[in-house]
Design a protein around this ligand. Structure first.
Ligand SMILES: [Ca+2]
Ligand SMILES: [Ca+2]
Length: 263
């Protein structure tokens, strides 16, 4: 009798453990799916075809220099640097300068070299760290949400990262002229989302609509940035760009943005 009881207790514990474990896995899955869909309003599943296509596009263009930093794509792949960012580790020394001049690791931030350039640093430090765009008059702007003609099969959008201030000023100009801008957002996690920018907020954030339904889905917030950067000729320039965050994308996580240009 005692043996039977012990055996039953053992099985009951095992059954309970299995039920609790399954419940935990279920809860974790629900949380993961919820977090994913909350972060990105476009996809519930990563766009694996785009992620693969993006990798292949870089490999298929070994002699191009997508970010114009002087390091060709095949070398970027060999060094493990980002072919769409001139300063992979964000330490203010371009990938080219790290590889060919300083001979430091372009994937491991080291401020030391930049700090030694005291005169240049003082000059750059006099700049405001946030530049205003100069386009905004404190009002929100919107264009009629109309999808312009664009070529979805032109994969050259995988090649560039339009994160310079002049890029976004062109977008504001388009909106001011009543035109929407087809925009490709790319992350290693989700893949690509092509959406429609139909306006901008008074802070400069981009108003985003779904390209299929033309329904507004959110805002990509824009942060203008300026910092000293050592370039390929060892000079230090005041480099300006913008960071973006929203709709599940974040440039600080190496996500990129491309604005489709058309007449
Ligand atoms: Ca490059
Ligand atoms: Ca660097």
């Amino acid at each position: 009798m005692e043996k039977w009881l012990q055996k039953n207790i053992k099985w009951s514990r095992l059954t309970l453990w299995v039920i609790v474990s399954c419940a935990e896995v279920f809860v974790i899955c629900i949380h993961a799916v919820t977090a994913f869909t909350e972060k990105n309003p476009f996809y519930t599943q990563p766009d694996t075809a785009a992620i693969k296509g993006m990798r292949e596009y870089v490999r298929d263009h070994p002699d191009d220099d997508f970010d114009n930093d002087g390091v060709l794509n095949d070398l970027e792949l060999a060094y493990g640097t980002n072919s769409r960012c001139i300063d992979t580790d964000g330490d203010g020394i371009s990938d080219y300068a790290e590889i060919f001049i300083a001979e430091t690791d372009p994937c491991d931030a080291d401020k030391g070299l930049l700090q030694r350039k005291n005169d240049d640093i003082l000059r750059a430090a006099a700049l405001p760290n946030k530049k205003t765009i100069g386009k905004q008059d404190g009002a929100e702007k919107k264009a009629p949400i109309i999808l312009p003609e664009w070529n979805r099969y032109d994969l050259s959008r995988y090649g560039s990262n339009d994160n310079r201030l002049e890029d976004i000023i062109l977008v504001y100009d388009q909106i001011d002229n009543g035109k929407t801008v087809v925009t490709s957002l790319f992350s290693k996690e989700y893949g690509e989302v092509v959406s429609l920018v139909y306006g901008y907020t008074k802070e400069g954030g981009l108003l985003i609509a779904d390209i299929n339904t033309l329904i507004p889905v959110g805002v990509i917030r824009i942060q203008n940035r300026s910092a000293p950067m050592m370039m390929s000729d060892e000079s230090i320039v005041d480099f300006t760009w913008f960071d973006f965050y929203g709709c599940g994308f974040n440039s600080l996580c190496s996500d990129t943005i491309h604005f489709i240009k058309y007449e």
